[in-house]
Design a protein around this ligand. Structure first.
Ligand code: ATP
Ligand code: MG
Ligand code: MG
Ligand code: MG
Length: 576
């Protein structure tokens, strides 16, 4: 590919709503372009990355014996009515109506349609097991689309569905997929963890999420460094003995005298282990409209400082949740809550606030514990743009850092992750709801035993960037870089020697099967290098008259701090 005929469109600044590194960098590198909330154009540079992710996923799915199919993005509601999900699913499911008044859904996933295929096609046990997958556009009307491709409304997912004769066979299919997922995520070159996830009422323990480790991840994952125990926080909580941690609302009511309670009192009541010198407690609240419907969330932060005197409590809003962060004076807080002057401290929070759950308190305490004291100033808090927002629909949290691991082999640690894949044993939930049966060996109809397996194809590049970037831009793992190598000729328009050498190297790398781009735009060296560092191409070869005179070029890997001189003849070998 030559840059002059491709679309290279980098930006100096990221838009203000881009809070995390991957969103900022994908926008700045011209990989995506926003069209609406959670809806993006995949620009040519970004699409190349997505296609590489797809290719790896496809190759490993095929290797694992799955068969590719494509199911409609727009699906008649009747299938969704069969399982009851048309009504049950809530506002995340986008429902649309055609000119005849018939209902449709835009697929958020495809259990119904694939089960319909199975009940028509897989008549006999002899045709089983089968695994059908697609790499297809999904739509979920997410409550809070954000972070660019990380949580879009329209996104691409690889979704696979297995059909088996018996629970044992289905579990083998599940393990086969889990193994394929490990191969897939290994190939992306990312640090990830497979964690046990909640499988709902059925299916025992057969649900795992593949979480890319990143501080900006929206999920909390619990693991034991001394053993192979790892679970997402919901699963870990389901297993953990319930701590007698009172709900904040109740806890707050027990707080002693307004204006006199100490941080230690509150922390003890909430069972929070706040280790840093800055003591903080956070409360999440739902904001209700006139009808009492939830229209949003607010997070109010209580900062308890110094000697923990409640009179020094400061309250502020967190960024991204309706206004930038700022400290409020006690008088402003009183004005906001309509409280009498002095009627503050935790008791004040009994007033118009509905406290969502203890869980947020603990989640936010985690963030705060992770922040530096130097981040807390009299004038405000610099949260660091990479810190995640909490998920307010999350439930109560009973597991904290340092608890004993369920296997008794050590203490639990908590880190954040980005869910890039999910494998799930479904049992007969869908096959029963849709009367999907095959004839078993004994001639009797039996319901399919099913599993479903998702990978966030467009979320994955975002997760990769969260793990691999620096102040200059993205650092792609080779496997999913938009181009593996870029040739940057200096003065190509002026120097025939440079032009010829560049074209020749370009042809040579192409012949060697390397995904190479020749930057023939005639940009100045500084601008050209900045572009490719921002875009994150792993290998760069710079040609100039000066170097060519002595038969050398400059090679730099994106992770190198400086370029090294190499013989022109060795350039291809370096890039491989
Ligand atoms: P999340 O917990 O992040 O909302 P999920 O559990 O709802 O994800 P699944 O139903 O398990 O998602 O879908 C399979 C995969 O699709 C997820 O593991 C994730 O990688 C991806 N995915 C889900 N929702 C989105 C989204 N809004 N944007 C991008 N990718 C998504
Ligand atoms: Mg979801
Ligand atoms: Mg999830
Ligand atoms: Mg999931």
């Amino acid at each position: 590919m030559k840059a002059s005929s491709f679309l290279v469109s980098t930006l100096k600044e990221a838009p203000a709503d881009a809070e995390v590194a991957s969103h900022r960098l994908m926008m700045r590198a011209g990989m995506i372009k926003k069209l609406g909330a959670g809806i993006y154009n995949y620009m040519p540079m970004g699409l190349r990355v997505i296609r590489k992710v797809e290719a790896i996923v496809r190759e490993e799915m095929n290797r694992a014996g799955a068969v590719e199919v494509a199911m409609p993005v727009v699906q008649p509601a009747e299938y969704w009515q069969e399982t009851g999900r048309f009504e049950k699913m809530g506002p995340e499911l986008l429902r649309i109506r055609d000119r005849h008044g018939r209902d449709f859904v835009v697929q958020p996933t495809s259990e119904e349609v694939v089960t319909d295929i199975a009940r028509q096609e897989f008549r006999s046990y002899k045709q089983l097991p089968k695994n059908l997958y697609q790499i297809q556009t999904k739509f979920r009307d997410e409550r809070r689309p954000r972070f660019g491709l990380m949580r879009g409304r329209e996104f691409i997912m690889k979704d696979a569905y297995s059909f088996d004769r018996s629970p044992e066979a289905a579990q083998a299919s599940y393990q086969n997929m889990a193994a394929a997922y490990r191969r897939i995520f290994d190939r992306f070159g990312l640090r990830y963890r497979a964690v046990a996830a909640d499988s709902g009422a059925i299916g025992g323990d057969l649900s795992e999420e593949f979480q890319v480790i990143a501080a900006t991840g929206e999920d909390a994952i619990v693991y034991c460094p001394q053993s192979d125990y790892a679970a997402n926080i919901e699963k870990a909580e389901a297993l953990a003995p319930t701590h007698a941690r009172p709900a904040p609302a109740q806890a707050m009511e027990k707080v002693a005298t307004p204006g006199k309670s100490t941080c230690a009192d509150v922390a003890a009541l909430l069972n929070l282990d706040i280790k840093r010198t800055v003591k903080s407690i956070v409360l999440a609240t739902d904001v209700l409209d006139d009808q009492g419907e939830i229209k949003g969330s607010e997070v109010w932060l209580l900062l308890l400082r110094g000697d923990h005197d409640m009179n020094e409590v400061k309250v502020g809003k967190l960024p991204g949740l309706g206004g930038g962060f700022r400290f409020a004076s006690l008088a402003e807080i009183d004005a906001h809550f309509g409280t009498k002057p002095g009627y503050l401290g935790p008791v004040g929070l009994k007033l118009p606030l509905k406290i969502v759950a203890d869980r947020e308190v603990a989640l936010m305490a985690d963030w705060i514990a992770g922040a530096n004291e130097a981040d807390f100033h009299v004038t405000g808090i610099n949260w660091g743009r990479d810190l995640p927002e909490p998920d307010f629909v999350a439930d109560i949290r009973n597991v904290v850092d340092g608890d004993a691991s369920p296997d008794g082999k050590g203490a639990l640690a908590i880190e954040r992750g980005i869910e890039v894949g999910h494998v799930f044993y479904l049992g007969t939930k869908y096959s029963k709801a849709m009367s999907a049966t095959f004839l078993d060996e004994d001639g009797k109809p039996r319901h399919f035993e099913m599993g479903c397996y998702g990978i966030g194809v467009t979320r994955l590049p975002a997760a990769a960037i969260e793990q691999n970037h620096d102040e200059r831009g993205i650092v792609w793992p080779d496997a999913i870089a938009p181009f593996t190598a870029v040739i940057c000729p200096i003065g190509m328009d002026r120097s025939e020697a440079v032009r010829q050498a560049a074209e020749q190297l370009y042809a040579e790398l192409q012949a060697a099967g390397i995904d190479v781009l020749l930057d023939d735009r005639g940009e100045r060296p500084g601008a050209m290098f900045a572009d490719w560092e921002l875009i994150g191409v792993p290998h760069r070869v710079v040609l100039s008259d000066r170097g060519l005179k002595e038969g050398t070029v400059e090679y730099q890997h994106r992770r190198d701090t400086e370029a090294s001189k190499i013989a022109l003849a060795d350039a291809a070998a370096h890039v491989k």
